[in-house]
Design a protein around this ligand. Structure first.
Ligand code: PLP
Length: 415
């Protein structure tokens, strides 16, 4: 199992990449950090940290409102980030990119505004059994308010979506489908293109939660034909508290504003307010300017390596990790063995995930334990939670070997 290879995976020089991420040099309990909590948040490269600092040190100013040079520089960097995001996911127009606080706010925005205008008593919103809480609770809130019904597409014991059940539940009552591209707790890749196609055949709009997909898979919103797509900056090497809602122009024009305030208006009188054009109609108040610039820098960073190279390197690492982990005695993978990404949930039979996570931490290995904000998934498998090791392209095979050794140690200590 131990393999001291040079770690050039799919053309990516992993050691060189690691030197771009200052935090990866940290020690935990005197041991080199092994960071396997990438699905919760990724580490940030120097290029992103520098971009954030440069903004605050060199051209901090509010956007869109000033004729002075600083404001123009800030506006150019902020709008430049929008163009980078649009290109990254192949949106038809820059104004289809709405800046939000993250995936959670993006989904809340769509749920609240769609429901306000279109959802009626007796209507159905369809989600899946593997959604993150942020793609469940916003819909529960609006369904409760409108006396609509939330229905759930079932999954099987491998953590895969049951497409037959989807077909069965896609009735005329369904007014919206909201589904994750990749499950954060199971690693499953869902057939979202097919889901969108079938929903569109019945004129039903679809939101794709791409919080996990965006860092592992190429996203082309036009090819997918997604009506909405949401993701967070912090999962793709950008800063926290910032994210994206992509919406098709025609849908964004149909929806009412989410919040009121500055920036989202053209004119205000006490009698009537005229709303701003896209994307500003959905961006009330002073935005997270540094967040946008940081995400832009993260996209530049990804592009500097080539996203296809990154995804290929991740796939190879995943294959190595799956082989290594499935060889650990008593380890059970929770989720599919194929058609998946490197968010690997597992259980060491007989031991609580929390205890396993604590022992790994003492060895410098950061994994996540618990329900991963998908309590219904844990209920489905009748388990309290899992240990989740989630990989990034800056992880190495040697780190996976350390995880395997750490798990063997955990089994010995707990057993
Ligand atoms: N959806 C999925 C699939 C996620 O994995 C996450 C975060 O882990 C979210 C939504 C929520 O993202 P955020 O907390 O950045 O809004």
């Amino acid at each position: 199992m131990l393999q001291n290879d040079a770690d050039i995976i799919a053309g990516i020089d992993v050691e060189k990449v690691r030197s771009d991420f200052p935090l990866l040099t940290r020690k935990i309990y005197g041991k080199p950090l092994v960071y396997f909590d990438n699905a919760a948040t990724s580490q940030k490269p120097t290029a992103v940290l520098d971009a954030l600092e440069d903004y605050y040190r060199k051209y901090n100013a509010n956007v869109h409102r000033g004729v002075h040079s600083l404001s123009q520089e800030a506006t150019e960097a902020y709008e430049g980030a929008r163009r980078k995001v649009a290109a990254y996911i192949n949106a038809a127009y820059d104004h289809e990119i709405i800046f939000t606080r993250g995936t959670t706010e993006s989904i809340n925005l769509v749920a609240a505004t769609f429901a306000r205008k279109f959802l009626k008593e007796g209507d159905v919103v369809l989600i899946s059994a593997m959604e993150h809480h942020s793609n469940i609770v916003p819909w529960q809130l609006v369904c409760e308010e409108k006396n609509a019904k939330l229905e759930v597409i079932a999954i099987n014991e491998h953590g895969e979506l049951l497409m037959d059940d989807f077909e069965k539940k896609l009735t005329d009552k369904v007014k919206f489908v909201s589904i994750t591209y990749v499950s954060n707790s199971l690693g499953t890749i869902n057939p979202v293109q097919e889901i969108i196609k079938r929903a569109h055949a019945k004129n039903i709009p679809v939101l794709i939660d791409a919080a996990q997909a965006v860092v592992h898979l190429p996203i082309d919103v036009q090819k997918l034909d997604a009506d909405f797509l949401a993701f967070s900056s912090h999962k793709i090497y950008g800063p926290t508290g910032f994210g994206i809602l992509y919406g098709k122009e025609e849908w964004l024009n149909k929806l009412p504003p989410y919040q009121g305030g500055g920036e989202m208006i053209k004119t205000v009188t006490f009698e009537k307010t005229i709303y701003n054009d896209l994307p500003y109609k959905f961006e009330a108040g002073t935005p997270d300017i540094a967040g946008a610039i940081g995400l832009g820098a993260a996209i530049d960073y990804i592009n500097s390596h080539g996203k296809d190279n990154i995804f290929k390197a991740e796939e190879e690492l995943l294959e190595y990790a799956m082989d290594a982990l499935t060889s650990v005695k008593g380890l059970r993978i929770v989720g599919p063995l194929t058609n998946r990404v490197g968010s690997i949930s597992f259980l060491l039979e007989g031991f609580h995930p929390f205890d396993v996570g604590e022992i790994l931490d003492k060895q410098g290995i950061a994994v996540r334990t618990g329900h991963h904000c998908t309590q219904p998934v844990m209920d489905f498998f009748c388990i309290p939670g899992t240990v989740r090791a989630s990989l990034s392209f800056y992880n190495t095979r040697e780190e996976i070997d350390k995880l395997v050794k750490g798990l063997e140690k955990a089994r010995m200590m707990l057993g």
